[in-house]
Unconditional design. Structure first.
Length: 309
């Protein structure tokens, strides 16, 4: 056979310094026939364990930040939106029981909303109403939780009553009779069973000053409300700027969950007569005041035209 001739089954030539048949051992993309360490199951497990450890370290590093954000949000909610309050007495039975936790809407007052008749409101002591009442002594943890709004405050001197009349209303209650607002008798189904509207302390009639409210407890014979403080600096009225907000729901205990809506008696026709007159005359007065400069300007132009002729 001539030199250089090849058979029909050609074999690759051996290269110097390379074992024979090494090219025939090629598997996939790895000339050596072995996958890299990173592609092995052992490598995958090692990388997974490392990622898990990194994730755990990252979580513990971020946990203080998450707690800080949660505390800030709780404080903002308590300051501007909703705050929990605990009921310490029986003055609002049966609507509220001692130990109930209520959520108070603090947002709407920021937009200029004022208390309305029939609403249950929380307000700061307007002038010695709680003098002589015992004040709880909470521990450091309770103080902190109260500060951020996760617990009702035990130190603040706040009261909770029902708004009966608002600024501009005339309110009165004779012995044996109902409470009257602007001459309309109130039907008060929320009064504690067996109580009278005001037999223990009749009052009025008198007009509620602007920016103040007249409040009463639902347990009339067990409530030191506006009737019992007519000799104080505010005459028994509560300044609107002392109102924290409206109690909107009983949040605790769970079996007493309920919303605190405004009774239907406060929607009766004629009750808002005085307020309606004030509202209807206000736009007319504003319109007349706005039209005055236009009338004067037009009169001046007409006078100038007559003079020119």
């Amino acid at each position: 056979m001539a030199v250089g001739a090849r058979s029909g089954h050609e074999q690759p030539e051996d290269r110097p310094g390379e074992p024979a048949g090494s090219l025939g051992a090629v598997t996939g993309d790895h000339p050596t026939g072995q996958p890299p360490a990173g592609d092995s199951p052992e490598g995958e497990r090692a990388d997974g364990d490392g990622a898990q450890r990194r994730n755990q370290r990252s979580f513990w590093k971020e946990l203080p930040l998450l707690i800080g954000i949660a505390l800030i949000l709780a404080l903002l909610i308590k300051t501007f939106l909703v705050q929990a309050f605990s009921i310490p007495s029986d003055s609002m039975q049966n609507t509220l029981q001692r130990g109930d936790r209520v959520l108070v809407d603090k947002l709407t007052p920021w937009f200029g909303s004022e208390p309305e008749r029939g609403e249950v409101v929380v307000f700061h002591d307007p002038g010695g109403w709680l003098d002589g009442e015992p004040t709880p002594d909470p521990n450091a943890l309770q103080k902190f939780l109260s500060f951020i709004g996760l617990m009702p405050s035990a130190e603040e001197k706040d009261l909770i009553k029902r708004t009966i009349a608002v600024g501009g209303d005339t309110v009165e209650c004779r012995k044996g009779g109902p409470v009257k607002v602007n001459g309309k008798a109130l039907d008060e189904p929320y009064i504690f069973p067996g109580d009278t509207p005001c037999d223990d302390q009749p009052f009025g009639p008198f007009k509620v000053p602007e920016d103040k409210i007249w409040v009463m407890g639902d347990h009339r014979q067990n409530s030191r409300d506006s009737r019992y403080h007519m000799e104080d600096v505010n005459g028994g009225f509560v300044p609107v700027d002392e109102v924290v907000g409206r109690a909107v729901v009983i949040a605790w205990p769970i079996d007493r969950w309920a919303t605190l809506s405004v009774p239907a008696t406060y929607d009766q026709p004629g009750l808002n007569a005085a307020a309606s007159v004030a509202v209807s005359t206000a736009p007319l007065a504003m319109g007349a005041l706005g039209a005055l400069p236009i009338v004067l300007w037009r009169r001046k132009r007409l006078t100038a035209g007559d003079t020119a002729r």
